[in-house]
Design a protein around this ligand. Structure first.
Ligand code: NAD
Length: 485
């Protein structure tokens, strides 16, 4: 019997499901059991061509609609997503393995937020009038054209919406390629947009690995590429886009610092560290995986952290009591287990966890290392799993310098009751998305993105509009033209 997660076909192009079984089969594995629940096929060159030509053709008419009309469609799509939240959350759990307890509140719901927010902005995208005496200049905010979105596997619905909603609000069309690891959810986003009234072809989904992504990025018809992925992939995609002088948004990896001063409320700080390391089993780009704790509260912090981490409920992700799910794939589990071994070898102290969980599926125990030093591999490389490194520090100056000593710059957080210090420290940290007495909040109203190797551009908020549109300026002369000859 076909599993309910199996989509009707692999791709969604021009308003309908499309199949080409000549493409490489991609198995979809449910991370909680290791069972194959669906198969899709990577896009063949013919499918890539169909998606790009369809999106190119659909864009002009879409851009001609008023912002109010485009916005209404996006807001209708948001309502449909909210109405179907339960089913979409179950699918998200099949796609990623994340527990339903999370997917019910974090995935289709945040996708709907993006559709609603950018739907609301669509009608307000205007230019300026610049008077120059008698003459004047006016500006128009125009769509870029055909945009490509490429997703990572941790938030397949959210990533499709974070890219699709602002792109469509500005009058662009999009071809979206989900991660080959989680190909299911973006198809539902495409279906819902059509149901909400989007013209066929403005949002298309094609499946495939890096090769398909590469074919999309290098196509001369494509005006913009927005990638969510790792730094090495980001460097390749950015370079390929640069060759064609395309616009880019790069949402890449991190190794973010979370700094806890000794005046912080311990339980709030522990809560922040848990949210910043163990949500989605640690598979979150903005995670605060280097937790710097001021020496005076170190042991108290570690004791409370171990106690609360012990309350994590590992189990069937479809059981709403489960608060901690498996790694997305066996491969990702093995990568993370390798880092845990490295941490032990290099002398870090295991406070809790430190091994695979004794159950079916790709579960790793939530793991905390203490006595981590700046040179250790687990303090330098992005692990993308439930592995928290706790490092000690003495002074503010020292911790800021150590926190910034990384190629990454996605996020940073600080816990302290001293607000002057909080703002001063955040001001000195090299990171794009920061938190004071909190961690990992990502409301659509706030810009999200990194500095340094963690990326360029911003998603969400009004900032995203700037990255999916361009300004045309028009000089209007009211009098005669003077010329030298
Ligand atoms: P990845 O870099 O392996 O893949 C990301 C996407 O790029 C996939 O869809 C993949 O098929 C595609 N791709 C790979 N090579 C390509 C190429 N040459 N040309 C075009 N596309 C190509 O990342 P992943 O393992 O799927 O996700 C984990 C990474 O994503 C982590 O580093 C994480 O930090 C990052 N991430 C960042 C954010 C953010 O918003 N900053 C959010 C989630 C995940």
């Amino acid at each position: 019997m076909t599993h309910p997660a199996q989509p009707k076909a692999s791709h969604f192009i021009n308003g309908e499901y499309v199949e080409d079984t000549a493409g490489t089969p991609i198995p979809v594995i449910y991370a909680a059991t290791g069972e194959q629940i669906a198969t899709v096929h990577a896009a063949t060159p013919a499918i890539v061509e169909q998606a790009l030509s369809t999106a190119k053709a659909a864009q002009k008419e879409w851009a001609k609609m008023t912002g109010t009309e485009r916005g209404r469609i996006l807001r209708r799509a948001a309502d449909i997503m909210r109405d179907r939240n339960h089913d979409l959350s179950v699918l998200e759990t099949y796609d990623t393995g994340k527990p339903l307890q999370e997917t019910l509140v974090a995935d289709a719901t945040s996708g709907a937020d993006a559709l609603e927010y950018f739907g609301g902005l669509a009608a307000s995208l205007t230019g300026e009038h610049i008077p120059l005496g008698e003459d004047w200049v006016y500006t128009k905010r125009e769509a870029l054209g055909l945009c490509v979105g490429i997703g990572a596997w941790n938030y397949p619905t959210q990533i499709a919406c974070w890219k699709g909603a602002p792109a469509l609000a500005c009058g662009n069309s999009m071809v979206f390629k989900p991660s080959e690891t989680t190909p299911l959810c973006a198809l539902k986003v495409a279906e819902i947009l059509i149901e909400a009234g989007a013209p066929a072809g403005v949002f298309n989904v094609v499946q495939g690995m890096g090769e398909v992504g590469g074919a999309l990025v290098t196509d001369p018809r494509v005006d913009k590429v927005s990638l969510t992925g790792s730094v090495p992939t980001g460097k390749k995609v950015y370079a390929a886009a640069a060759a064609g002088m395309k616009h880019v948004t790069m949402e890449l990896g991190g190794k973010s610092p979370l700094i806890i001063f000794d005046d912080a409320d311990i339980d709030n700080a522990v809560g922040g560290a848990i949210n910043g390391n163990f949500y989605s089993s640690g598979q979150v780009c903005s995670n605060g995986t280097r937790v710097f704790v001021q020496k005076g509260i170190k042991e108290k912090f570690l004791a409370r952290l171990a106690e609360r981490t012990g309350n994590a409920i590992l189990g069937d992700p479809m059981d709403e009591a489960t608060s901690f799910g498996p790694m997305v794939t066996e491969n990702q589990m093995n990568i993370v287990l390798g880092y845990i071994e490295k941490g032990k070898e290099e002398g870090a102290r295991v406070i809790c966890g430190g091994a695979r969980a004794d159950m079916d599926g790709y579960y790793i125990q939530p793991t905390v290392f203490a006595d981590v030093t700046d040179e250790m591999t687990i303090a330098r490389e992005e692990i993308f799993g439930p592995v928290m490194s706790v490092l000690d520090f003495d002074t503010e100056e020292e911790v800021v310098a150590r926190a910034n000593d990384t190629e990454f710059g996605l996020s940073a957080g600080v816990f302290t009751k001293d607000f002057t210090r909080a703002h001063r420290v955040i001001g000195n940290l090299e990171a794009g998305s920061c938190f004071i007495n909190s961690y990992n909040d990502a409301p659509v109203e706030a810009p999200f993105g990194g500095v340094k190797a963690s990326g360029v551009g911003r998603e969400n908020s009004k900032e995203a509009i700037k990255h999916f549109s361009q300004v045309k300026s028009v000089y209007v002369r009211m009098g005669d033209v003077e010329a030298a000859f």
